[in-house]
Design a protein. Structure first.
Length: 286
């Protein structure tokens, strides 16, 4: 370890107590800070900048993790983050996972104003309306990132973007694309439509079939997919806002697809239609 390496932080330190409180939404909102756990999320946080400001502000790491992930420690220092060496007990106290990986970062909120997303004239957007499960929200965000979406919008009826489970489920994708939060569904749809984006609501009871939409060549333009609640889908008033309500066809005997799987199918269908010519990267990592 270098001479500049700090001493182990005490479990009774105010810094540890402050980090632990960020597991609760009201404290996150008050401080506008959230937790990022594990090497992938912390690495992305250390490299991320918003308006020229580093996203990662503090990092707790066990001595073993600091040695194993020396590149992440270097990136955190380069970002100006405060580094705390911590015992496994401290990491367990701060972490929200059952098996922490030795790294827990504290990050600034990084959501993007909805108007800024509209000004960018996005071609593919995922809108999460009434999505309440943080794991699903993070997974859809990851799918949107992988499919090449330019933005994700969480309505005011959806889960907190900075819920630790949502952050973990995004596997770093939270730091890759603009995300707007707290946008009413009506405003989200109206704004995107005014920006020239076609609004498709994904619903198992939709009157249009995704395969048919692809066959008819209607999927190549700018598109926003609206995804609903895990249990009861989209309410009628939200469905009515869309230009079309589209179902993913079930060719086998499965009763339905879960939210994240359906979102992946829909987003990739649009991505494929929009990239009718050209290649794509192969994804093999879990």
């Amino acid at each position: 370890m270098s001479p500049a390496t700090p001493e182990l932080i005490s479990p009774r330190s105010p810094r540890v107590s402050a980090a632990r409180r960020l597991a609760k939404r009201n404290f996150r909102g008050k401080e506008r800070l959230f937790l990022a756990e594990g090497p992938q999320a912390v690495r992305e946080a250390a490299l991320h900048r918003a308006a020229g400001t580093a996203t990662l502000v503090e990092l707790f790491a066990t001595p073993e993790a600091a040695e194993r992930y020396a590149d992440i420690i270097g990136a955190a220092r380069a970002a100006g983050a405060r580094l705390h060496l911590a015992s496994e007990q401290v990491i367990e106290d701060v972490s929200t996972t059952v098996t922490p990986q030795g790294l827990v970062g504290i990050c600034r909120f990084l959501d993007t104003p909805f108007e800024e997303i509209l000004r960018a004239r996005p071609r593919l957007v995922a809108v999460l309306a009434h999505v309440r499960d943080p794991g699903n929200a993070g997974t859809v965000l990851r799918c949107a990132d992988a499919a090449g979406a330019e933005a994700v919008v969480l309505t005011d009826a959806s889960v907190d973007l900075y819920n630790p489970k949502a952050v973990r489920a995004s596997v770093g994708s939270l730091f890759h694309l603009p995300v707007a939060v707290g946008v009413p569904a009506e405003r989200a749809v109206a704004g995107l439509r005014d920006a020239g984006v076609r609004i498709l609501a994904a619903d198992g009871a939709g009157d249009r079939d995704l395969d048919a939409e692809l066959d008819h060549g209607t999927m190549g333009g700018p598109t926003a997919w609206v995804f609903g609640n895990e249990a009861w889908g989209l309410p009628e008033e939200t469905r009515a806002l869309a230009d079309a309500v589209v179902r993913v066809p079930i060719h086998g005997k499965a009763e339905s697809l879960n939210l994240a799987t359906a979102a992946a199918v829909c987003l990739y269908a649009s991505a494929r239609a929009q990239r009718a010519v050209g290649g794509c990267r192969s994804v093999t990592e879990s």
